[in-house]
Ligand binder design. Structure first.
Ligand SMILES: [Zn+2]
Length: 81
């Protein structure tokens, strides 16, 4: 049984949660310092296959990321389409 916790409160320490952005970063060019950042915005079913035309996954929903002010734990929340 999971205890009921408000969506803006950490279930571990009761600290406040704030929205954050998660992203991946490509290799960084040592001369220019430039890299490509890609935000983690979507999720798909575990068995999702890439489409043949665009090589993209069919998204099942979006991801909301939050972090606790106190213990710094990061939470991911799926928002179905
Ligand atoms: Zn916490």
């Amino acid at each position: 049984m999971s205890k009921s916790v408000p969506a803006n409160q950490c279930p571990d320490c009761n600290g406040g949660l704030e929205d954050i952005k998660l992203f991946g970063r490509s290799w960084k060019n040592p001369l220019s310092g430039a890299a490509i950042d890609a935000e983690v915005m979507y999720y798909a079913a575990a068995n999702a296959k890439r489409s043949s035309m665009m090589s993209m996954y069919e998204e099942a929903g979006t991801v909301r990321a939050t972090m606790c002010h106190e213990c710094r734990r990061i939470f991911l929340h799926g928002i179905p389409n």
